[in-house]
Design a protein around this ligand. Structure first.
Ligand code: UDP
Length: 240
């Protein structure tokens, strides 16, 4: 086993990460690959909680733009994160990784309700806990849910997995050839430079609680492991 920088982490997976190239829905080979990567890290003995997004199926904002009432549209978004959570649980368990799925909106036939103390106990017993349903409130994002849960369970870091982008840049690297990649940033930089890694609610919560954040490319095999071992990949955001 290698030396670990973090002992308990929250891994934030966007819905997009599960969709693969089509950008929509759940792509079975893609989610299987992610589950294998997570298992590799799990085998190192690290406690892992996962917050899943839902943007591969639905975004509340898009629903609102089409004329829906925003909160109603956001509830559809939260439900899509639960579908992703079920798919992820299925893939991890097929690899013999013990998991518990918790939802912030009660759905007790299919998952446990979110109970902080229970989640911590599961982690201590070596189960991966998947947090779905976001914060359970409209107008929020699963990035905010990731920071909130990380604070609640006293995680050492939030691992923000990105699709194809290998960290935080001064501008969109796909549109701007002069964009500079940052290796380190402070929480304050994240807010003040308006770097658009997370929405401002998530960034403020992360700054107020000073939880280290590592932004890295999920599409490169072995990257999650490198992050927990403290290898310099992606961008590390820490310190006020
Ligand atoms: N959502 C919400 N409250 C939350 C988390 C999510 O209302 O606490 C809704 C919101 O409509 C959002 C959708 O769920 O658009 C999917 O979540 P998100 O966009 O954060 O997913 P990701 O971009 O990570 O795939």
């Amino acid at each position: 086993m290698s030396e670990l920088k973090y002992k308990r982490v929250v891994l934030k997976l966007s819905g997009e990460a599960l969709a693969g190239e089509k950008g929509f829905g759940i792509n079975p080979p893609v989610i299987k690959k992610i589950a294998e990567e997570i298992k590799d890290v799990y085998n190192e003995g690290i406690q892992i909680a996962i917050v899943v997004g839902g943007g591969n199926m639905w975004r509340g904002e898009a629903g609102a733009e089409m004329g829906m009432e925003r909160s109603q549209a956001d509830y559809i978004g939260m439900l899509s994160t639960i579908m992703n959570g079920l798919a992820l649980q299925d893939n991890l368990e097929s690899l013999d990784v013990p998991t518990r799925l918790q939802t912030s909106i009660e759905m007790k036939q299919i998952a446990e309700p979110y109970i902080r103390r229970k989640a911590v106990r599961h982690l201590e017993k070596g189960r991966i806990v998947i947090f779905s349903g976001g914060t359970g409130n409209p107008y929020f994002s699963t990035d905010t849910a990731a920071v909130l849960r990380a604070a609640e369970i006293d995680a050492d870091a939030i691992l923000m997995a990105k699709n194809g982008v290998d960290g935080i840049y001064s501008a969109d690297p796909n549109k701007n050839a002069d964009a500079i990649k940052f290796d380190h940033l402070t929480q304050k930089d994240l807010l003040e430079k308006e770097l658009n890694v997370m929405d401002s609610t998530a960034s403020s919560l992360s700054k107020d609680n000073d939880i280290p954040l590592v932004v890295f490319n999920l599409n490169k095999s072995g990257n999650i492991k490198k992050v927990v071992e403290g290898k310099q990949i992606g961008t590390v955001v820490e310190g006020k």
